[in-house]
Design a protein around this ligand. Structure first.
Ligand code: RNT
Ligand code: ZN
Length: 422
């Protein structure tokens, strides 16, 4: 749908922003260069393809809902991702979990996976102009059933998971090498106790040791970037998480790793937007798991709420975009999964656009002059500027459906493809 009124609205918005010293064309140029890492696991409720009926289990995370059409095979998942990408402006990345391997129908255990099990993903990513990111899978496995992996008291179990971590770094580096863009490979382990522990230090010492073993081999940062993800609690892990925020902040700062901040991994009123500027002072980079916690780490679909806009503002204002990797992490099985992906990714991009349209220098000057009245007035006035006209125009020039039009395409896909899967 090419519409003259979209262009007219854009031209008006362009003038409004220009009067504040903001160049909308420049903002769109920058937006186009931001690649959001879209999480594969929204498409099949974090099941993966290790076994025919693989399901998420353990780890203190949960999907709820049984909306029809969940992807059951790699081909189905790819088809759903391709549909999703057709609804999102720009070029992006796909974030894979190790359990999404292609084992050719024969089970391969986590410590034995190799780059060849992901070659078909790499080929597909290349054909679709996507970068890849990666994650070892430290859950949904009998050796994770006791609630501990890399900090398990048994050396045998720890060693198994260390081997998995090492295997995944090699896979990540291979993806990055073949695709010519570094693969962020993120370690998250669910380890922790349901009830109050006596020894809080012991498991943390074991986790440091296991991580050091996983990261022992230097791999080329042009191909692989390591990151580590902290958490506060999970279902069944309410009292103590080994890999807490302080743990990983210290680990990432001393080992020069990227720190992953997941929006759902803190106390309910604690926000990650305020952590970005601090972490960038001490760590070589950041991975964001943009999510939406509702009362707990519920991983709801990302909406255009205040925290999302605050995260985007901090990313843009930091002037260190090359150090910040934006990934999404949510999974809702109660609505159309393609729509869930598209809603969250489009919102991430909208929030970034709003941030790019901010007259940051003007705001900074007001702040430096201690004109807090002026700062507040401008901050509030900005909220009602016509950013949505710029967004519509961006979708139009990228040939992406705007407004409610994209839902029609999702509905058609649901009727023609997803509903036939049952
Ligand atoms: C879990 C973490 C982790 C997972 C994914 C599937 O609480 O957020 O990032 O969501 O690895
Ligand atoms: Zn996460």
């Amino acid at each position: 749908m090419k519409s003259v009124s979209i262009t007219q609205a854009y031209n008006h918005a362009k003038e409004v922003y220009a009067s504040l010293g903001v160049d909308t064309e420049e903002a769109l140029k920058v937006l186009k260069k931001i690649h959001v890492s879209i999480h594969c696991w929204q498409g099949d409720d974090v099941g993966g393809f290790e076994r025919p009926d693989a399901q998420l289990s353990g780890g203190g995370i949960q999907t709820t809902g049984n909306y029809p059409g969940k992807a059951r095979t790699i081909d189905e998942l790819r088809s759903d991702i391709e549909k999703t990408l057709s609804l999102i402006p720009g070029h992006h990345r796909l974030n894979l979990h190790a359990c999404y391997l292609d084992n050719g129908g024969t089970f391969v255990d986590r410590n034995e996976i190799e780059p060849k099990h992901f070659q078909c993903w790499i080929d597909w990513a290349k054909a679709n102009h996507l970068g890849l990111d990666f994650n070892p899978t430290f859950f949904s496995h009998p050796k994770a059933d006791g609630g501990f992996t890399l900090s398990h008291p048994s050396k045998g179990i720890r060693d198994f998971w260390i081997e998995h971590g090492i295997a995944c770094r090699k896979i990540g580096a291979d993806m990055g090498r073949q695709l010519g863009t570094p693969t962020v490979t993120n370690v998250w382990v669910p380890d922790g106790f349901k009830d109050t522990p006596v020894d809080r230090k012991g498991p943390r010492e074991l986790l440091v040791d296991s991580l050091d073993k996983i990261f022992a081999e230097e791999l080329d940062p042009r191909f692989l970037l390591d990151s580590v993800e902290s958490k506060l609690f999970g279902i069944g892990v309410e009292s103590y998480t080994v890999g807490s925020h302080e743990f990983y902040l210290g680990y990432a700062a001393t080992r020069r790793k990227l720190l992953c901040l997941d929006a759902g991994h803190f106390h309910p009123t604690e926000t990650i937007s305020d952590k970005i500027s601090s972490v960038l002072l001490f760590c070589p980079g950041l991975l964001l798991h943009v999510s939406r916690p509702v009362r707990w780490d519920s991983d709801h679909v990302v909406t255009l709420d205040d925290e999302l806009k605050a995260i985007a503002r901090e990313v843009i204002r930091s002037n260190q975009r090359d150090k910040i990797h934006i990934g999404l992490d949510y999974f809702d099985a109660s609505i159309n999964r393609v729509a869930a992906w598209a809603i969250g990714t489009r919102n991430m991009l909208k929030a970034l656009l709003i941030a790019l349209l901010e007259p940051t220098d003007t705001l900074r000057n007001l702040e430096q002059e201690a004109d807090y009245t002026g700062r507040l007035v401008l901050q509030e006035e900005l909220k009602s500027l016509p950013w949505s006209a710029v967004w519509d125009y961006y979708c139009q020039i990228c040939d992406i459906p705007l407004g409610m039009a994209w839902l029609e395409q999702v509905t058609k896909y649901e009727n023609e493809v997803l509903r036939k899967r049952e």
